[in-house]
Design a protein around this ligand. Structure first.
Ligand code: HEC
Length: 158
């Protein structure tokens, strides 16, 4: 009986992991080419933010050099964003609002704002304390959100 129970629980965990993978696949269903490349770039920045966030929350130990490096990834990735949103491309599977291309100058400014905020964070984290670095981390987060609020549609399952 115990054995059976354990086996069932194990199976449950495996199902959850599988469902997680499936969710990711569904979330990107139909996305290929530039849209997929764009999502990958965004996820790279999301991963960097998560890594820094865990340190800021004290879940992982604060490591200034690691924060600096992760912020540099965001800085460099944000510099590629313009190229990842070509106008008139195939937007299948994308969550970008079409009005983005009517407001290209603003989009460029929003992109630049993320790059600058991440650059500042990267520099400060090099020898700054967690307390000094935290407000700069928030600024990066705000800059991501500023663009998402305007130009990104919520995913159906969000
Ligand atoms: C200038 C606008 C802009 C900025 C700045 C921006 N994003 Fe995005 N982001 C978007 C748009 C638009 C999408 C939707 C892309 C699509 O589906 O075509 C998106 C999608 C995403 C996604 C979902 C990707 C996926 O797999 O579907 C993540 C994660 C993300 N962004 C993280 C970030 C983070 C973290 C930052 C800041 C460090 C950031 N973004 C900055 C516009 C922006």
């Amino acid at each position: 009986m115990n054995y059976l129970k354990r086996a069932t629980l194990g199976g449950g965990a495996a199902t959850l992991v599988l469902a997680g993978g499936l969710y990711a696949a569904i979330a990107h269903e139909g996305a290929s080419g530039i849209v997929k490349e764009r999502m990958d770039a965004m996820e790279k920045m999301g991963g960097a933010m998560k890594q820094i966030g865990l340190m800021m929350k004290g879940i992982t130990p604060y490591d200034g050099a690691a924060v600096s490096q992760a912020a540099m990834v965001i800085n460099q990735t944000s510099a590629r964003l313009e190229k990842l949103f070509p106008s008139g491309g195939d937007e299948k599977g994308s969550y970008t609002k079409p009005e983005l291309w009517d407001n290209w100058d603003e989009f460029k400014l929003l992109t630049k704002a993320t790059g600058e905020a991440a650059g500042k964070l990267s520099e400060a984290a090099f020898d700054g304390t967690k307390r000094e670095v935290l407000p700069l981390f928030f600024e990066v987060g705000k800059s991501c959100k500023a663009c998402h609020t305007k130009y990104r549609r919520a995913k159906d399952n969000e």
